[in-house]
Write a protein that binds this ligand. Sequence first.
Ligand code: ATP
Length: 577
Amino acid sequence: MMRLARKHLNWWAVALAVGFLIIQVACDLSLPTLTSNIIDKGIANNDIAYIWRTGGQMLLLSFIGVLGAAGNVYYAATQSQKMGQRIRTDLFRKVTLSSTEEFETIGNASLITRTTNDVVQIQNVMVQMLRMMLMAPIMLVGAGILAYLKSPRLTLVFLVALPVLAIFTIAIMYFAVPLFKSLQKKIDRINLIFREGLTGVRVIRAFNQDKFEQDRFEGANQDYTQTGIKVFMIVSLMFPIITLIISGTNIGIVWYGGQLIAHQALAVGNLVAFMTYATQILISFMMVSMVFVFVPRAQASAARINEVMDLKSKINDADQPMTFADQTASLTFDHVNFRYTGAEKLALADVNFAAKAGQTVAIIGGTGSGKSTLVNLIPRLFDPESGQIRLNGTALPAVSQKELHAAVSITQQQAVLFSGTIRSNMLTAKADASDDQMWHALQVAQAADFTQEAGGLDATVEQNGDNFSGGQRQRLVIARTILKQASVYVFDDSFSALDFKTDSVLRQALKKDQQVQNGVTVIVAQRVSTVADADLILVIDGGRIVGQGTHAELKANNQTYQEILESQLRKGDAVDA
Ligand SMILES: Nc1ncnc2c1ncn2[C@@H]1O[C@H](COP(=O)(O)OP(=O)(O)OP(=O)(O)O)[C@@H](O)[C@H]1O
């Protein structure tokens, strides 16, 4: 946690928090002494003027103490909130700048818990640290010295009170800390099941699994709640115990102090002041112990956050990145092999092909044959195990990822839209796009009509684009892809939800679009009709290119292609054979 604190706290603000705290503690510590003076000097001597004067001083000190407390709370609260904000920003940056592969070990649900719940744990402890944890030692030492000065013999009472308090605190920590740590994991599980339930709600209903899923969630929820109840019951024991110990200590002080007064070894005022110091000492001790209970929980949270921050990116920029060698677009795969981390089998084996500006490469193959894997190598979501991919004549790792991403416009298999408007979604591809350019892209993507009906560019897009149909979402995403000026346009299964006519009209429009034609187009598809007019068709099976050529060539002499074609003809698909 210190690592996060060092990175995200402003030390001048922390120094101010400490400064204000010292003012508050100094005022708090001086009040019991003034009370004792009022009793021993004012009341005992019937000196009303002294009582008024000292009372006035007490009022002033209380006021300054309140100002000190307010200043400390202000800086403690703002610093901890800002620290939380900065950690969240860092985590989000890390997630957006890294490839998805690195986060597979952690999982999305846990990532969300880490960005929300774990950060809140750290924020809470930071406030406590900047307030209680700093206040407690100062108070403990200050009150201890002042109590000793009032009556060294009475301080013997602490020889009993403090060890008793320490034993209870250690016992509570022993039981509470492991439970606090496990709470974090249990909330991960709740998030995971909730997320799965939310994204798969239709599937769950379709398979009549509502009850099963509800029970699964209830199980995780119960588990979390039970642990929560247990841990907070243990922690709440602290308060009655500490009250009991304070009361017991006060009884001891009154009993022993009474005897000292009887023997004229102590003044009444000093006894009253001593009792207040005793309470301050015990409460400070309790504050320190509470910190020991909560800090390990925040430590666990900090470790989980640091684990994310320490993930090493497998995709890195070259020390001295180059720019693309050629002005004209080209894409080459040269003996490319690729394997997912931990997988035994190659997901892509010896992939070779080349395409240049204006050409369309289509990739066809069964499910799981490696189509998405192949196109995901183009924006370097993964790097090949061996072989080379060149864009515009330059090997991908030689250019910076920023430059590469600017040159690749890709539609992923899952049509991803962000909540906002059609305009805001389009602008993510080209921040300075004009309305005309956006409408043109929408027209090419066959999305202009329904955009018009929905209310134009400023039509609302709900979370995940839920207010559009699957086919409409795909077309909006295609429009976004072609809005960006790129060297290569990749459409990963982007035409699958379109009817045959729209699919065909859209591809014709793509062929006529000058900007798209200045680049290489890569289309992944399952349907022969979608790939038939491509300049180069790659037939992929089990990660290998088992045939490449035009539709006519493959139809004539490639067995896999013929099988795909036949199966689709049997199903009655409108194949342009
Ligand atoms: N992240 C991953 N980690 C490990 N293996 C993966 C991963 N993604 C895909 N695979 C495996 O790689 C192979 C190729 O997957 P890929 O997604 O490229 O197929 P695809 O041809 O696009 O299939 P589909 O048409 O169903 O989308 C599959 O066997 C799959 O199980």
